[in-house]
Design a protein around this ligand. Structure first.
Ligand code: G6P
Length: 613
């Protein structure tokens, strides 16, 4: 959802900014641009295309600038053309600004500025910030860039991560955060700023996460922060965090795209998630980040998972695990619905905010709504230092490692693995027997090699995906444990291949959707090793009887010739089976999208983390 980057130091700023933008491209890829100050003047370069187009436009001539800001955009206000690409400037080209987020009162500010004679060059909400800051500076010779930014932002409503450049103060950048992430990277006589550490780790691992309402002035050798609420609260220097990732984690490492790389990282990701968290002796789990003692765990009467997109489906799989292992009522709800529907917040419910990025606006807002109403909420996030993790204060760290592809794979898997750990913990302080707990512990230990086994069957899964990739529509059918798997499988196919995929509960098929079954409408049917095998087989027969092709994904033996294609999944501990079933469906979507020639890591209209509503 828009990536911003800034640099000030001794290096040639342009390649540093372009490299940073390249790392942030997963956040948005509608257009890209950068601004540097060379010989006292702003030099702007923008493109309606990708960061590669920007790189091509800039050529490889060394630049004269050692300070600059850049942006890769996921369009909200104004179509994604070159004019609307960031950075934006004031009319005098003194100030340049890059912005991630939405200025909610942009229309009012624009009307006011227009009334005062300001002419706008773009349709964006961001441009008014450049004009406002420039006007603050023009109004007083004494005003610093930071003061002008603070004065401007006090008039602004909305969410933002911002970086400002001022040609009259080329020794500094001023950045501000409210609802969109911003992290400073501290180097040796050089400083970086970015939406995400991905853009910084090749230069430094010492970072400062800014908080909402904070403004920072960054110079090559130092920085200070202040707050919008009252600058008096202080110019302060914060303690840096050392990032636990390095540049290699963000490289393709021989893969042609990040999605396939991340699919292949799943065995290791699962190993990391369970490492040191399984307690064989007491057949339970240890989750150091969960600040609840045994009595508090026992007092939980209900569990509710909140997340968006794949994180919501992972939550649905988590709810099934909690109900099955801990016998506590549990469900999942899209955070985007929860935050708007005036929910009844129950103090005995444990709310779990699920998010790979930890910055999805809807999920963050749901957390804030819950806290306001006294709900107990914990996070399940993958990005350390992220807004949701910090807002929740405690929870489960997913340990999936950096995920770059827009379509979530290893993070989703680790969400469900972590929910299995949580369910085990909740179950073992209740009725879950030690023997059953031991089975789950062993089942979790076996998952990495079982996932590796599925990955070995990639060629067969690819062949099946290629056979059906041209279908205009597909059903994904499952029931009970298979239902969220079907939903996530349909989501994966939709987002990266653009094939219309609809998930349906097997039992509901006959109540309407069966009318759509015909020869051109394949159905992927999920058949786990549960008590419902016969029911699922009968579903397949119903579809076949109406001429619909069936791709069975199953861990059980099904009659020969029942399905048109069969994808085999190894048998796992029954409650853990959904974790394995997701893997072939990731490969199925991946190979369907590859066959259709899609841009797998950057599906149209999407962004990896959505920091606006
Ligand atoms: C976006 C992505 C989805 C992702 C969702 C939630 O919509 O395109 O792939 O599942 O956000 O992201 P989160 O970072 O909160 O897990």
């Amino acid at each position: 959802m828009c990536g911003i980057v800034g640099y000030i130091g001794k290096r040639d700023a342009t390649p540093v900014l372009v490299e940073g933008l390249h790392r942030l491209e997963y956040r948005g890829y509608d257009s890209a641009g950068l601004a540097v100050i060379a010989r006292g003047r702003l030099q702007l370069t923008k493109t309606a295309g990708r960061v590669q187009d920007l790189r091509d436009k800039l050529g490889d001539k060394p630049g004269k600038a050692t300070v600059g800001i850049g942006h890769t955009r996921w369009a909200t206000h104004g179509e994604p053309n070159e004019t609307n690409a960031h950075p934006h400037t004031d009319a005098g080209h003194r100030i340049a600004v890059v912005h991630n987020g939405i200025i909610e009162n942009a229309e009012a500010l624009r009307a006011q500025l227009t009334g005062e004679g300001v002419r706008f060059a773009t349709e964006t909400d961001t441009e008014c910030l450049a004009h406002l800051v420039a006007r603050e500076l023009e109004a007083s010779d004494e005003a610093t860039l930071e003061e002008a930014v603070v004065a401007t932002l006090r008039r602004v409503e909305g969410a933002y991560g911002l970086a400002f450049l001022d040609t009259k103060n080329p020794d500094q950048l001023v950045v501000a955060r409210n609802g969109s992430p911003l992290v400073l990277g501290l180097g040796e006589s050089e400083m970086f700023v970015a939406s995400d550490v991905a853009a910084l780790v090749r230069y430094t691992r010492q970072v400062i996460y800014l908080d909402d309402g904070e403004v920072a002035t960054i110079k090559a050798t130092d920085y200070h922060t202040t707050t919008l609420a009252g600058g008096a609260a202080g110019n302060s220097v914060k303690t840096p965090t050392v990032v636990d990732a390095d540049a290699d984690d963000y490289e393709l490492g021989g893969f042609s795209d990040y999605m396939r790389k991340e699919i292949y990282e799943q065995p290791d990701a699962i190993r990391r998630a369970v490492m040191g968290r399984l307690d064989e002796r007491f057949a339970t789990a240890k989750l150091g980040g969960v600040n609840l003692d045994a009595r508090e765990l026992r007092n939980i009467k209900r569990v509710k998972f909140l997340g968006c997109g794949s994180a919501y489906y992972a939550g649905q799989m988590g709810a099934a695990l909690v109900e099955e292992l801990a016998r506590i009522p549990a469900d999942a709800e899209p955070a985007s619905e929860f935050r708007y529907r005036s929910p009844v917040v129950d103090p005995d419910t444990l709310y779990v905010a699920v998010s790979q990025s930890g910055e999805t606006s809807d999920t963050l807002m749901a957390v804030q709504e819950l806290k306001r109403k006294g709900g107990q909420v914990m996070g399940a996030v993958n990005v350390v230092g992220s807004a949701i993790g910090r807002e929740c204060g405690h929870g489960i760290f997913l340990h999936a490692g950096p995920e770059v592809a827009v379509a979530s794979t290893k993070a989703l898997t680790n969400m469900v693995v972590n929910f299995a750990l949580l369910s085990l913990l909740l179950g073992r302080v209740r009725d879950l027997s030690a023997a059953h707990g031991t089975r789950v512990v062993n089942g979790l230990r076996n998952l990495p090699s079982q996932v590796a086994g599925i990955l070995n069957a990639e060629a067969e899964i690819a062949a099946i995906a290629h056979r059906y990739a041209e279908a205009e529509h597909m059903f994904f059918i499952g029931r009970v444990r298979g239902w969220p798997v079907a939903r996530e499988g349909a989501q994966k196919l939709k987002e990266i291949s653009y094939v219309h995929a609809e998930a349906y509960q097997a039992g509901e098929l006959k109540h309407g959707p069966l009318a759509l079954i015909q020869h051109e409408m394949p159905s992927v049917v999920v058949i786990p090793a549960d008590d419902l095998i016969a029911k699922n087989i009968s579903t397949v027969e119903q579809i076949k009887a109406r001429g619909g092709p069936v791709i069975a994904v199953t861990s059980v033996e099904i009659p020969d010739g029942l399905a048109d294609a069969t994808i085999r999944v190894p048998r796992a501990e029954p409650e853990l089976e959904p974790i394995l079933f997701n893997i072939p469906l990731q490969l199925f979507a991946y190979h369907a999208a590859a066959k259709l020639g899609r841009d797998i890591d950057k599906p149209r209209n999407l962004a990896k983390s959505v920091t606006v509503e």
